[in-house]
Design a binder for this molecule. Sequence first.
Ligand SMILES: [Fe+2]
Length: 224
Amino acid sequence: MRHLSGLPGPIDAVLVTGDIADHGTVEEYEIARELLRFPYPTLICPGNHDSRPEFRKVLLGETSGSDAGAPVNQVLRFGGVTVALCDSSIPGRDDGYLEDETLRWLAEVLESSAGPVIVGMHHQPVPVGVPYVDDIRLNEPERLEELLRAYPQIVGVLVGHVHTAAATVFAGLPVYVAPGVASTVLLPQESSAWPPIDRTLPPGFALHVLSDDGRLTTHARVVV
Ligand SMILES: [Fe+2]
């Protein structure tokens, strides 16, 4: 966080694609709220380790109401670009799913966005070669694919969950997986441990550059 905040910049926005907390407690979110104070617009979405009511209360400053458990879907617009972060979490489970409400919300955002759109969520919609995380990826990704294929202004999909800097493809779009900040998950070819988690590798982040011709280019960095 210090590294990002100290960059000479400017950066348009900081996106955090989920697992803000480890156990979804208020105390964890209070720590996260302080850590995530960037000098840039910041958009965050929940992951499988998060809890919607506590996330809403502490990070979004919402007072608890009947919709405290509803998906946390958020949009950020800057310079003609739209970023839509969807809540792919399923309360109490590690795998992911986009509820009807979330897909309806995303369709409305896409309908109202003439310029380039980046779509983000926590769970990866395709297998990435790591059984440990492939078993808990996004369920029924075809629901998302159908929607994404209907909107040509989408330039890419950003996800978290996997804890490794990786690039793949979904619905004809580039998908970039954010590196882990607390640990890195390894391929079976790299580690026979279970779970295949390496806590000694440095934290990482990704810098996304959107060019005028609508291409998303991603630079992966580690913080040492
Ligand atoms: Fe996760």
